[in-house]
Ligand binder design. Structure first.
Ligand code: NAD
Ligand code: IPM
Ligand code: MN
Length: 350
């Protein structure tokens, strides 16, 4: 059996709860595909930071690099926790991993599931993927503050968009569109962000010439947000920058069944470093410790991970098990985090 060296970062609050269920399901996969999974756990996150001041030691970063893939729960604390200022873990851990490991594709599938209610008026099948840029934009940390705390304070965050960075994510999105329903939508705000907007538009136009079979569309991000609610079936592949992609993927999750179902992969397509798989959602301190977290997003993220490492038989099996579990949930009693994980793992093994 092929061995997969998996680094696991359970993280904070519901992170460890949903990660435990994803690992249960991965364990069950060993019986259905010719794989072996060797896991190493890394205690990174709020507890480690509060106890030691460490966020991501270089030695740990180097160890993580030696794995085939990373499975992450979620990191981050409660809003306004005086001991844990916002950004420490988000920037120092999560974004650092995305940047150091060159996760330039932040892949976020959005699909509806039979039997899962959505907040939408109409019941149409939804199936699209957001290809969110993962290493640039407003996330880079290109900004600063002067005259802090004075009435003259100036705070800036400058979005960084490079020809290289935009081209590689756009090309990846075209390839994915070609393998799907051959429709690509660029989402941006070219009517206001004219510099970055022009670079994104020109890049899409240029790459489109090499994909004549892919229909290209453009939407401003505000209009796209509306269409995600009124006409989500119109989308196949959406390509967009880091911040727009962050925002519209929570919205995409909401219209397809909730954050509890939304998976993501931070992918390095060149395989120069391990890719990292995690739910779209965060650490949800509001529901932690109550068995209320839905582990399905983490489990579907594990399926993306299996696909990435070439275990496609197991990946399909996990997806099928999730679809069956979701269909069986309809009308039934609420289940705990571990009951859902047990049920999906049992379906995988059966
Ligand atoms: P969140 O995604 O944690 O929670 C938003 C809402 O969705 C909450 O009401 C929560 O209870 C609910 N929810 C989330 N996941 C759920 C699940 N699996 N099952 C059922 N309900 C679920 O977002 P937030 O409240 O804005 O952020 C909380 C913390 O998480 C912050 O510190 C934030 O920075 C961090 N965060 C981390 C990641 C990550 O590590 N990838 C992602 C997003 C947010
Ligand atoms: C996500 C999260 C992160 C992001 C934060 C926690 C840095 O919201 O994965 O969607 O904005 O990318
Ligand atoms: Mn987000």
């Amino acid at each position: 059996a092929r061995s997969i060296r998996l680094a696991v970062i359970p993280g904070d609050y519901i992170g460890p709860e949903v990660t435990a269920e994803a690992l249960k399901v991965l364990d069950a996969c060993v019986s259905v595909d010719d794989i072996k999974i060797e896991t190493t756990h890394y205690d990174l996150g709020a507890q480690r930071y509060l106890a030691t001041g460490e966020v991501l030691p270089d030695s740990v970063l180097a160890e993580l690099r030696g794995h085939d893939a990373i499975l992450l729960g979620a990191v981050g604390g409660r809003p306004n926790d005086p001991n844990l200022p916002p950004g420490i873990l988000e920037r120092g851990l999560l974004l650092r991993l995305r940047f150091e490991f060159d996760h330039y594709i932040n892949l976020r599938p959005a699909r509806s599931f039979p039997g899962v209610p959505t907040p939408l008026a109409k019941d149409v099948p939804i199936d699209f993927v957001v290809v969110r840029e993962g290493t640039e934009g407003l996330y880079l940390g290109n900004g600063g503050v002067v005259r802090r705390g004075t009435p003259q304070e100036i705070a800036t965050e400058v979005s960084v968009n490079t020809a290289f960075g935009v081209e590689r994510v756009v090309r990846d999105a075209f390839r994915r569109a070609q393998a799907r329903r051959r429709k690509l939508t660029l989402v941006h705000k070219t009517n206001v962000l004219v510099n970055a907007g022009s670079l994104w538009s020109r890049t899409v136009d240029a790459v489109a010439e090499q994909f004549p079979d892919v229909a290209v569309d453009y939407l401003h991000v505000d209009a796209a947000s509306m269409f995600l609610v009124t006409e989500p079936e119109r989308f196949d592949v959406i390509v967009t920058d880091n911040l727009f992609g962050d925002i519209i993927t929570d919205l995409a999750a909401a219209v397809t069944g909730g954050l509890g179902l939304a998976a993501s992969g931070n992918i390095n397509p060149d395989r120069t470093a391990p890719s990292m798989f995690e739910p779209v959602h965060g650490s949800a301190p509001d529901i932690a410790g109550q068995g209320k977290a839905d582990p399905t997003a983490a489990i579907l993220s594990a399926a993306l991970l299996l696909d990435h490492v070439g275990a496609s038989v197991a990946a399909r099996k996990v997806e099928e098990a999730v679809v069956a579990d979701l269909a069986a949930r309809a009308g039934g009693p609420a289940r705990t985090t571990s009951q859902i994980g047990d049920a999906i793992a049992a379906r995988v093994a059966s």
